[in-house]
Design a protein around this ligand. Structure first.
Ligand code: HEM
Length: 232
């Protein structure tokens, strides 16, 4: 259904071009730009998806890497700094670039959403000088489940939201979906968290609790990157 093209409606190619903007270098990306409808990358601002975020690992950027740990599957090349851009990465002077888009919620109930909104803080708080970028991939077994089966694992049996709520407002977060760009992205999710130095051990407790749940049995690739705002 998602791949259907109807007359007068934006087709899948256009949809992808809109989502990707100029993010993808190489043959795949150029093929998108060569379509009649897509704007070339030089026309910045057009067809740019405001929900697209890029994480650039390299020697530049406001976040210094304190530690990179492989939790499951393949790791990522070591880097000194991470840059976070709202939009496509316009440079390839980095060791790796990870991309994802923010999206609507898929699992949280109205009651949970109201609790989250009442308690959560936004990113960018001056005191939140520590951060974690945790890219995660889930197994084919997870993606073969139905929506109700996934919700049963994530919340009924693993209490992901209930556990997470205990760590608000100290931890601010943003979830980026990679499968919405294309299935071949190296991770399914890029999770981003910001907190104050005083909350480092609380954040460690939180990830330990989540990793002990049934949900994490479906995680087949995970890298835990801890960061400090440069100059903090
Ligand atoms: C700060 C406390 C946290 C809260 C309040 C929280 C809350 C949530 C909520 C509400 C969702 C579901 C969104 C939806 O309905 O689609 C979610 C999804 C997710 N969270 Fe958390 N979370 C927290 C911490 C974490 C941590 C520390 C990690 C990683 C170590 C993590 C990884 C994920 C992932 C990968 C998803 C996507 C799951 C999926 O769609 O399969 N979360 N989180």
């Amino acid at each position: 259904m998602s791949g259907e093209t109807r007359p007068g409606k934006p087709g899948r190619r256009r949809f992808l071009a809109g989502i990707l903007g100029g993010a993808v270098a190489g043959a795949g990306g150029l093929a998108v730009w060569n379509t009649r409808r897509a704007k070339p990358p030089s026309e910045k601002g057009h067809d740019m998806n405001p929900r697209l975020f890029s994480f650039l690992g390299g020697d530049a950027g406001p976040w210094s890497v304190l530690e990179m740990k492989v939790i499951a599957g393949d790791g990522l090349p070591d880097v000194k700094r991470v840059d976070l851009i709202n939009g496509p990465a316009l440079t390839d002077a980095t060791r790796w670039t990870l991309r994802g888009v923010t999206s609507n919620e898929r699992y949280a109930t109205r009651k949970e959403k109201d609790l989250l909104v009442a308690k959560q803080q936004g990113l960018g708080r001056p005191e939140a000088t520590r951060a974690a970028l945790i890219p995660i991939r889930k197994s084919a077994k997870w993606w073969a489940l139905t929506q109700d089966e996934r919700r049963a694992v994530l919340e009924d049996r693993s209490k992901h939201v209930q556990i997470g709520l205990d760590y608000l407002p100290a931890v601010a977060r943003r979830l980026h979906h990679c499968r919405d760009l294309r299935e071949a992205e190296p991770f399914d999710f890029l999770t981003w968290f910001e907190y104050a130095p005083a909350d480092v051990s609380a954040f460690d407790d939180l990830v330990a609790k989540l990793r002990a749940t049934e949900e994490w049995k479906y995680v087949d690739r995970e890298v835990d990157i801890r960061l400090e705002r440069a100059g903090a």
